[in-house]
Design a protein. Structure first.
Length: 451
């Protein structure tokens, strides 16, 4: 068994591992640079940092759901090459814009507004390109990886992404404080160059284009929604994705307060807690990839969703660091296991010509669930639950653990619905066995009534 499945996937995996690392490096570097360099000691620094995240998520909500129509029209591989080429050019321009050098004038010192405007513009356009790249990437995986290897391919991708999230911020910090923000931007640009080259080397199968009458954009978009909402299997995937991302959003929003208020620990424990969560995700992704075929993707989906709800409930009751870190590890493992099941299920439940549209709706929906859950968690803990103290069956409850219990219970109940939706769902690549005709004897044929 090849670890990286085949040559085409190995190239795609390598390029995306480096590209994702570059993205994390630059994301962390921009936050540090704006907060500690441009905005040091200034009241507008938090707003300026928030602008980066707004520029990241706006394309997901606005462009993401619509991009799938074009992804399904265009060549997947060419879409990825073109968007990577655009992102390489954009990050190259940003590196120059942050420290412009003009012939005869030398290096110029751009104003703060110019620098922030350049950052927001490039991040916005970069993420806009990503809305086309990501559905095309998933569709390409469906073309170059067999059904039996899809879960392993997803687990490898998720594990390397988890590793990037752990090491990327440290590299970004090192580059910003020792070499300058330009080097973090250049690192991201080079990662896009590597991704472009690896995709160019992939020998993708010839993509067949469906011949037929031209239909409008809105008709194609509605057709994609009909496929998503008309399939019980895809509805289960959507529900599991919404539940897992809601739990993740709440954890992100309240983790620091959980450390200080529930674990009664110092705030500096927040960093190691995130590392343990990332390590759990890496281990969980690898284990899920190994057991997916034996367990079955449907069982993996609802089982991981159930386990995520259970571990979140147990985490809410923790008051000491050791057990809490063990459960954070399990939360990371179960959360990523849901994601490992999602992509293979989408590919095996969706006709190839609809993969782009289905993915382009699923991904923004999950991101929106995470953002809304984080906003709800922050607002409730700051207002309605701020002074809440209660006791049930001798168990004491405070603001943070009450919300964690609520989201954990929601995920647990949702996992039951996921299981019911996935019951007797068949994959498109599973061809039903033809019924063997029964041969009748002459005497039986004579007895048979005429039709």
């Amino acid at each position: 068994m090849k670890i990286l499945i085949n040559r085409n996937f190995a190239l795609l995996w390598l390029g995306q591992a480096i590209s994702n690392l570059g993205d994390v490096i630059l994301g962390a570097a921009l936050v540090l640079w704006i907060a500690n360099d441009l905005g040091r000691g200034r009241s507008w620094a938090p707003v300026a940092v928030s602008g980066v995240f707004i520029a990241e998520y706006a394309p997901v909500a606005i462009i993401g759901p619509l991009a799938g129509v074009f992804v399904d029209r265009w060549s997947r591989r060419l879409t990825m090459l073109r968007t990577d080429g655009l992102r390489l050019a954009l990050t190259g321009c940003l590196a120059w814009a942050l420290s412009p050098t003009v012939p005869f004038f030398g290096e110029l010192e751009p104003p703060l507004g110019w620098q922030l405007g350049a950052v927001y513009t490039v991040v916005l356009l970069d993420q806009s390109c990503g809305q086309f790249f990501n559905p095309a990437r998933l569709a390409l995986i469906g073309d170059i990886v067999g059904p039996e290897d899809l879960a392993r391919a997803t687990s490898l991708s998720q594990a390397t992404m988890g590793l990037s999230v752990i090491v990327g911020p440290a590299i970004g910090s090192l580059l910003v404080f020792n070499f300058g923000i330009q080097w973090a931007v250049i690192a991201d640009a080079l990662s896009f160059a590597v991704s472009f080259l690896t995709i160019a080397m992939i020998r993708a199968p010839v993509e067949k284009r469906l011949e037929g009458d031209h239909i409008s954009f809105s008709q194609e978009f509605r057709a994609g929604l009909h496929v998503l909402l008309g399939s019980r299997g895809l509805l289960a995937v959507l529900l599991a994705s919404l539940l897992s991302m809601s739990a993740f959003g709440a954890l992100n929003a309240l983790a620091i307060f959980f450390v200080t208020d529930n674990l009664h620990a110092q705030p500096n424990l927040y960093g190691p807690l995130g590392t343990v969560l990332g390590l759990g995700a890496i281990v969980g992704a690898l284990i899920a990839g190994l057991i997916a075929n034996r367990l079955g993707l449907a069982r993996l989906l609802w089982g991981a969703t159930f386990a995520l709800g259970l571990t979140t409930l147990l985490l809410a009751r923790m008051t000491s660091v050791g057990p809490a870190f063990a459960l954070i590890f399990l939360v990371g493992a179960t959360w990523i296991a849901v994601n490992v099941a999602v992509e293979p299920l989408v590919l095996r439940l969706t006709a190839r010509e609809f993969v782009g549209r289905v993915t382009a709706v699923l991904t923004p929906a999950g991101s929106l669930a995470s953002v809304l859950s984080a906003a709800l968690a922050g607002s409730l803990v700051s207002t309605v639950l701020h002074d809440f103290r209660g006791s049930v069956l001798g168990l004491a409850f405070g603001p943070v653990d009450t919300f964690f219990c609520g989201i954990g219970a929601l995920v647990l109940l949702g996992s039951v619905a996921v299981r019911l939706l996935m019951h007797e769902v068949h994959f498109l690549d599973e061809q039903p066995k033809p019924e063997t005709p029964t041969l009748m004897s002459p005497s039986d044929q004579a007895k048979a009534p005429d039709s």
